[in-house]
Design a binder for this molecule. Structure first.
Ligand code: MN
Length: 474
């Protein structure tokens, strides 16, 4: 599994000196209880670390500078226990270059009518402090997230956890490196794009390599390494020999094992976390990588076919956000138009992401009508069911546009004995007809990334941070 490295979030509590040291001690104690409670809830993939109380502009500015400097800090969560005059926050907030979540919550859930006095009111005035602080974030156009609710509630924790995943993906977006094995498929429009702009706006490094550069790595893989990996396949997958004799079939599968090892080494050597291939660009390769790509997808590598580096990078980004669960590259293929069954069959020539598999995948060898190479091996399975999002990005010449469609994915009940690729089925929201029309009208591509673990709000939160125009269909 491709790791993103250790990450944490800093928790900064707003207050001021006006209420005296005793009140500040209470703020400090409550903040520690809140941070401990959140960390101990087990709801977060990353730890929350309490910082000094934000009681002066200097303290706030120092904290934010440190956040920017430290790679392991993925973002800042702020909470206003008391009123905290927002002019103190201007300098630090302006300097902050990482995602910001304003947790609008209160230490106590209820108003204690029997005992409440002005001391209590002064100490527990989140409603007051939230508005003063929120104003300055809005005025600074900070694109911060606001989560509101009682901090012990699960839905509040889930909103924080989902934002954390976005924040980590935002930080890691600047480390995404895409290796392009070959250029874009000839004549295709939607897979093209301005790579310089993508690096400026989204942080992605996109590098081209001739196929020979990769072939060198593949050819250097030893037979022992191939046989060892083939043995691993036996444990993980069903073998479907079809009409092939066993020797021919196994030779074809071992070509993919060799490609898998060679590609992984190439990607590791260059620090690449995503890649694209092109079936028109296979000089020196025996097969179009199919199984090899799917295996790398399972490890967290982003991918898209036909040189589509944009979708490959989005795939990697969404895999970071979803912890590589139920997320992968897709292509719209065939409509199901029968009344009551409306859906789209999603697949690709071979490279369907096994993180979406509901059943144990089987390895199938089958001819490929494109690519002019020997019959490649691939994993075949059916897709999982669930609510999800489908994301695609297109270059409109003046700017990039991100399309998001909410979908209901389901596992097909019918058999498809002659289909040698994995299948994923979904019905777009709000329904097939309006969803497809809106997608096409907005210029959405046929290459997408599906995630059954992410929400529209998460994708939009990231898009907002990087100033991407979005179209949401739901
Ligand atoms: Mn394609």
């Amino acid at each position: 599994m491709l790791e993103v490295g250790k990450k944490e979030f800093w928790f900064v509590v707003g207050s001021q000196h006006l209420y005296g040291e005793e009140a500040l001690n209470s703020v400090r104690e409550d903040a520690q209880k809140m941070v401990d409670g959140l960390n101990e809830s087990g709801k977060f993939a990353y730890p929350i670390v309490l910082q000094d109380l934000a009681v002066t502009a200097d303290v706030i500015t120092d904290i934010m500078k440190e956040v920017n400097y430290r790679d392991e800090v993925a973002g800042v969560i702020t909470w206003m226990h008391t009123f905290s005059p927002a002019k103190m926050w201007i300098r630090g907030t302006k300097l902050l270059q990482k995602p910001l979540l304003h947790l609008a919550t209160q230490f106590n859930e209820s108003i204690p009518w029997d005992t409440i006095d002005m001391d209590f009111m002064n100490l527990n005035q989140s409603a007051h402090g939230d508005r003063e602080y929120g104003f300055i974030n809005a005025r600074l156009n900070k694109k911060n997230k606001v989560v509101f609710g009682y901090w012990k509630n699960d839905d509040v924790k889930e909103q924080i956890a989902r934002w954390m995943d976005v924040a980590v993906a935002y930080n890691e977006s600047f480390n995404i490196k895409v290796a392009r094995f070959g250029d874009n498929m000839r004549n295709v429009g939607v897979t093209e794009g301005d790579k310089v702009e993508a690096q400026i706006q989204l942080g992605w490094t996109v590098d081209y390599f001739g196929i020979g550069d990769l072939v060198q790595y593949i050819d250097a893989v030893t037979d022992e390494e191939v046989n060892a990996l083939f043995a691993e396949y036996k444990d993980l997958y069903d073998f479907d020999y079809g009409d092939y004799d066993h020797k021919t079939w196994e030779d074809h599968v071992k070509v993919q094992a060799r490609q898998e090892i060679g590609m992984r080494r190439f990607l590791e050597a260059g620090g690449y976390s995503a890649f694209s291939t092109n079936f028109e660009d296979l000089y020196g390769m025996q097969q179009l990588p199919g199984l090899a790509v799917q295996r790398l997808n399972a490890e967290g590598y982003g991918f898209a076919g036909e040189g589509d580096w944009k979708t490959a990078a989005i795939d990697r980004l969404m895999k970071i956000m979803s912890h590589n669960e139920n997320t992968g590259f897709m292509e719209d293929y065939t409509y199901e138009l029968a009344s009551g069954k409306e859906a789209i069959l999603e697949s690709h020539m071979m490279e369907v992401d096994p993180t979406l598999a509901i059943n144990k995948p089987k390895i199938v060898v089958s001819p490929l009508s494109m690519g002019d190479r020997e019959d490649p091996a691939r994993l075949v399975f059916d897709g999982k069911a669930g609510d999800g999002v489908v994301v695609s990005m297109a270059d409109f010449g003046t700017h990039y546009k991100l399309l998001i469609n909410e979908v209901d994915a389901f596992t097909p009940e019918e058999q498809a004995p002659n289909l040698p690729v994995a299948r994923v089925m979904w019905t777009p929201q709000p329904n097939l007809y309006d969803g497809v029309k809106a997608w096409i009208q907005a210029g959405g591509g046929h290459h997408t990334v599906l995630s059954l673990n992410l929400t529209t709000d998460q994708i939009e939160t990231w898009a907002k941070l990087v100033d991407l125009e979005t179209v949401v269909i739901k």
